[in-house]
Write a protein that binds this ligand. Structure first.
Ligand code: GCW
Length: 644
């Protein structure tokens, strides 16, 4: 435990609070947590006669309750030398406390007009794709790049679950209030977390509860058969419904504040309602009904598509699948059934349009799903600060109005939590943007570095911004061009392989030939996917003239000499961005090399090593993509750079 990196909560982050007199006027478990936090900080930094908790005034910081602030909300103000945090409820008190921590000394200076803070999303949730067992292909954490699970080791809960509470604390400091602890691909061992291994879930819930985090569980749709011995999992079968009701009741008897279920059904081989000719509303509502009496919710994933497609069949378009399945069901889901939709229509690519499902389901509760784990964005070997991408997504139409924001966690048993130390910023930023989607990514990065690097001086601050601010766009430049996606090595998805998925059953094609590249998803001549968008997007994406450059090849198949809005041809754009992307990584590496004296040696060494790998990999991407398109098109680089 002592060896684990403190991420954004090093002891120094508590210096300002720890050296003040603090009065906590509230009761209950979360108020107790705040008291413990204050006491811990006070023990470290309190002046002998004034630090830490005080039972009655005078105090420098008063934490109290005020219902008018609403669930999870708080107000912060300062006058006459007293900073006041008023939480709408005990959770709000906790979030208000961490706000004070973020402000540091700033929380105790001058006067402060009252500010009200309320989360935009009611549920701010991380999904772990953790398994108990180590899966032969996927490892223990599916798409995990930070070592094993923080929950399980050697087939059993980790001794003492010691990192789980620290994890909850880190998450609470960003505003996260829900965690699903196991993989949505629910294998045989993990399915039993619902029944005879429920005690393990309860133990994890006990660790997270003090930080206001509810535990959710991924369940297998076929559980009534696999665990209950029933002959069917048909959602309309009475015995199946009774099994779910009884099983769920037992879950709540064990974990009264259990959050609910997460379900991946009829998706990449997972069982689901289609086997019984039932709809996904039937499936989701069955679980919603079992959960409703206990106040739980089901997150039902919309990631349903044909993963055994024939690449020769040009009429099937994977991007269309979720909308085709779910849009007709709008209005048919129960209130506690939340449709969880990946942010894009494909699969967490570096650049995708917002999924039309999110725009279409006006009568269904929605969760938008992001991927903090960097499956397609460099697997935590590359610096790729994702907040700029998420803010673009959240700023689009009604996305920020979804009630829930969910993301696949990037955390594991690694001592830096996230493999790449700088990937901690993605976890931090996810929580902050779920709280307030309008936050500026660079400001969030400042918050993160102020705590993590203890208010760094200008040189380090500038270097971190130089390395991180533009890293998502840099990554985009050296990987698949203009929104076409994939081009990754099949299976593990790291590094380039332009045709790796071209003739596979996965529905992920770029259709490059000697004349051009891109997927025609227009209504006029293509798959008709553009028709799933409301206006104006339906026409914007349909039109070759109006479609944004960065999504051009997602929506259109164009000749290599097609001229972009930028003035460049598609082929020259491919060359230019790939040379630029690799050069930018070299520059990031140079920036980082300069701050060796300003960062803890272990952090500096790990990041340096990873930047070397990022540069190697970016050059490999550059050379494979450029060579591929040069060979296909025969068009030379205008600037005569080396293409192989
Ligand atoms: O991105 C894909 C991943 C799978 C994952 C799936 C999903 C958990 O490659 O590993 O399975 O998405 O989101 O269900």
């Amino acid at each position: 435990m002592t060896d684990v990196h403190p991420a954004w909560l090093p002891p120094e982050a508590f210096q300002a609070v720890g050296s003040r007199r603090v009065l906590v006027r509230a009761d209950g478990p979360l108020a107790e947590t705040v008291r413990e936090e204050v006491a811990r900080a006070g023990a470290q930094y309190g002046a002998t006669n004034s630090g830490g908790l005080t039972d009655e005034g005078p105090a420098d910081l008063v934490l109290t309750l005020s219902e008018s602030e609403g669930a999870d909300g708080y107000a912060i103000s300062r006058r006459d030398g007293v900073t006041t945090v008023a939480g709408g409820d005990p959770a709000g008190l906790l979030y208000g406390f961490f706000h004070v921590v973020r402000l540091g000394e700033g929380a105790f200076e001058g006067d402060r007009e009252i500010e009200h803070h309320r989360p935009a999303m009611r549920r701010r949730m991380l999904d772990h794709w953790d398994n108990i067992d180590v899966h032969p292909v996927m490892g223990q954490v599916e798409r995990g790049y930070s070592g094993g699970s923080i929950f399980w080791e050697d087939g059993a809960p980790r001794p003492g679950l010691s990192r789980v509470r620290a994890y909850g604390r880190l998450l609470a400091a960003t505003g996260i209030n829900a965690v699903a602890i196991n993989n949505v691909n629910v294998h045989a061992t993990e399915a039993r977390l619902l029944t005879d291994r429920l005690g393990e879930v309860a133990a994890i819930a006990d660790e997270l509860r003090p930080y206001g985090i509810r535990v959710h569980l991924s369940v297998n749709f076929a559980s009534p058969m696999a665990l209950g011995g029933l002959p069917t999992a048909d959602p309309l079968d009475e015995d199946v419904r009774a099994w779910w009701a009884a099983t769920t009741e037992h879950v709540y008897a064990t974990i009264p504040d259990f959050g609910g279920y997460v379900v991946k059904a009829d998706s990449e081989g997972q069982p689901g309602p289609f086997a019984y000719a039932r709809t996904h509303a039937d499936g989701a509502n069955m679980l919603a009904e079992a959960l409703a009496p206990h106040g739980g919710v089901v997150h039902w994933r919309a990631f349903v598509y044909n993963h055994r497609q024939d690449w020769r069949d040009r009429s099937t378009d994977r991007a269309r699948a979720a909308y085709d399945h779910f849009a007709p069901l709008d209005g048919r889901f129960m209130d506690n059934a939340i449709l969880q939709v990946k942010h894009g229509p494909m699969d967490f690519q570096t650049r995708e349009p917002v999924s039309p499902v999110i725009l279409a389901m006006r009568r269904t509760r929605l969760a938008v799903e992001l991927q903090v784990t960097q499956e397609y964005t460099g697997q935590q070997r590359h610096v790729c600060y994702l907040a700029p991408m998420w803010s673009e997504i959240l700023a689009f139409e009604n996305v920020a109005g979804a009630g829930d924001l969910v993301a696949v966690s990037n955390v594991g048993a690694d001592r830096f939590w996230t493999g790449h130390p700088l990937a901690q910023a993605n976890l931090y930023a996810f929580g902050r943007l779920a709280w307030d989607p309008a936050l500026d990514p660079a400001t969030v990065l400042d918050e993160w570095m102020d705590m993590t690097f203890i208010r760094p001086g200008e040189p380090l601050r500038r270097a971190l911004h130089a390395v991180m601010d533009g890293s998502w766009r840099t990554y985009e430049r050296y990987t698949a061009p203009l929104g076409v996606g994939f081009m990754v090595r099949p299976g593990h998805h790291y590094g380039p392989d332009v045709d790796g998925y071209e003739y596979t059953p996965w529905g992920t094609y770029h259709f490059a030939d000697r004349d051009g590249v891109g997927v025609d998803r227009t209504r006029a001549t293509g798959t008709g996917f553009t028709g799933q968008y409301p206006q104006p997007w339906s026409d914007v994406y349909e039109s070759l003239e109006r479609c944004p450059d960065e999504l051009l090849l997602f929506f259109h198949h164009v000749p290599y000499d097609h001229v972009l809005h930028s003035g460049s041809t598609v082929i020259q754009h491919i060359y230019d961005t790939h040379f630029a992307g690799a050069e930018e990584v070299a520059e990031m590496r140079a920036q980082w090399a300069k701050v060796g004296d300003l960062v803890a040696p272990d952090v500096h060494a790990r990041v340096t090593e990873l930047l070397d790998e990022q540069l190697r990999c970016a050059e490999e991407w550059r050379d494979q993509v450029n060579t591929y398109f040069f060979r296909k098109s025969g068009v030379p680089d205008e600037r005569g750079r080396r293409i192989f």
